[in-house]
Design a protein around this ligand. Sequence first.
Ligand SMILES: [Mn+2]
Length: 281
Amino acid sequence: MSKRELDLLVLSDIHLGTYGCNAEELLKYLKSINPKKVILNGDIIDIWQFSKSYWPSSHTRVLKHIMTWVDDDVEVVYIPGNHDEMLRKYIGFNLSNFSVENKIKLNLDGKIAWFFHGDVFDVTMKGSKWLAKLGAIGYDTLIIINSFVNWALKKMGKEKISLSKKIKNSVKKAVSHINNFEQIAADIAISKKYDYVVCGHIHHPIMKEIKTDKGSVQYLNSGDWIENLTSLEYHQGKWSIFRYFDHEEELEKNVKKTDSDRLADKSDEETFNDLIEEFKS
Ligand SMILES: [Mn+2]
């Protein structure tokens, strides 16, 4: 199977080391592409929630796959986020085609693109770190807690209404939070006269133009590999959002094909000859 060529791949919010991370799906996607350059835009490894008891082999395979790219001279930039902020002490680290940066600026076909994770805009981060931490834990376990609370309320003979109201309110808050985030990112990018501003952090994949009275900018967000399973791709002057769920079937077929290729496409004679060749070298 021929891999899809990409000039640039942007991934963020993979959260390796958490139960929510869809590493198997991500691997299928990574195997299907051939990027020239990769930007890991934060929260790749979740060191906040990292525990020794949860690290499946698929999570190692994701890192290994990225490392094979580094070996193959693909330029890989790691921009730490708030869940892997411990890596920020390595900012400035540079080993041939692998580097760790806080934010980067790229010239894409004559247009300036600005990349950073985005937690710098998070007000909860500025206030208190433990509150943000609590929020992060709540995010991953929210679904479980919701169903448990509902079950408990039912047992107690109480109505569910109060809970659904709370959820509605928090959704409203989340929407305004996303809008604020996008607006702040766009404002700064416009003041710097950049063409694209590319973030992660809020797990909300999108590509849109934001206009203010001072100008306009293309705002892009790579989403996440917890809920949305998305990335940003740039190729031949064009940006697009890759959505795993839109390509699940073909990716599944590709993986099966490449796995069976190794076994089925060789005749017994070929296999034998290969073995002899290997023996001789
Ligand atoms: Mn983040």
